[in-house]
Design a protein around this ligand. Structure first.
Ligand SMILES: [Zn+2]
Length: 294
């Protein structure tokens, strides 16, 4: 497997973990409207929406950036061996994620930075792996860069007994061990890395969600995590997901992101789009659309 694209002179690879196939558009989007969606079926079906089952497939992948001689990983998917009995598609996985990293020529020790757009269960899993019964950092030489707001909010939820049990499990097996190992840098506001990467607060989907902007040779790519889960949210940007922390704020942040992509001719690089995974946003008479591809 080779790297699949680039932004300027930064090569980009996609490291696939596995797909979440169980969500329907109706269950995922509280504002779901079958008629509104029908107008977009001609370009969404069959890859991004299955009209028979109503499902929206969500592949879960990391993005790998080669910046000069440095390797940067964005989001770390679900991970192997995690106890997630509430989510059969994430429970005790035995995926070949690290083999796929090896296929682009990298060992875990080659990763220099791990960036998380947010700290949800499908974005932190490979932060750690199981070694002799203990959760240890998967990437032993990496600095893990987390938003302080996101970290504090995630920790507070994990410690709240009224919240679902998986939140505590995720914190304990995928977040706390990298903190304890002294690998994490927490930042407030924006964070600059390697002269071409900016992590910028974009709350809504989660309290401390960030978008990650990559600028190289006058090109801009935006790793937007879960600000957009499905391409259908480009024309239907008001549709926030059932798991968004603040649905109104999430919609506002999504609109701002899409308009920014139009203005800057930026490449949108989300966390869960089916192939070709990325695209450029266009706007006509106030309506957004996407031109898929690098
Ligand atoms: Zn996600």
């Amino acid at each position: 497997m080779a790297m699949i694209g680039s932004v300027g002179n930064v090569e980009i690879g996609r490291i696939f973990d596995s797909s979440l196939l169980g969500f329907t558009a109706q269950s995922w989007f509280p504002l779901f409207d079958r008629e509104a969606l029908r107008a977009h079926e001609h370009w969404l079906c069959p890859d991004h929406f299955d009209p028979e089952t109503g499902r929206i497939p969500m592949p879960v992948h990391s993005w790998l950036l080669r910046v000069g001689g440095r390797n940067v990983l964005i989001d770390t998917c679900m991970g192997n061996d995690k106890e997630r009995p509430q989510f059969p598609e994430m429970h005790r996985l035995q995926n070949r994620y690290l083999d796929r990293l090896a296929a682009v020529g990298l060992a875990p020790a080659d990763i220099d930075y791990v960036l998380c757009t947010h700290l949800h269960v499908d974005h932190v899993g490979w932060n750690t792996c199981l070694e002799n019964g203990r959760w240890v950092p998967t990437f032993p030489n990496a600095r893990y860069i987390f938003s302080k707001v996101e970290y504090e909010a995630t920790k507070a939820e994990a410690l709240d007994p009224a919240k679902p049990a998986y939140l505590r499990a995720t914190f304990e097996d995928s977040i706390h061990p990298v903190i304890e190992a002294g690998k994490v840098e927490l930042y407030d506001g924006t964070y600059e890395l390697l002269d071409c990467i900016t992590l910028r607060p974009a709350p809504g989907h989660s309290e401390g969600h960030v978008r990650i902007e990559l600028r190289s040779q006058d090109n801009l790519g935006i790793f937007c995590g879960d600000m957009v889960h499905s391409p259908l949210q480009i024309p239907l940007w008001e549709w926030s997901s059932v798991v968004c922390w603040d649905k109104a704020m999430s919609a506002k942040a999504r609109h701002e992101l899409l308009q920014y992509c139009v203005n800057e001719n930026a490449l949108l690089i989300p966390g869960h789009f089916e192939a070709p995974h990325v695209g450029r946003i266009r706007e006509k008479q106030g309506k957004f659309s996407i031109d898929f591809g690098w």
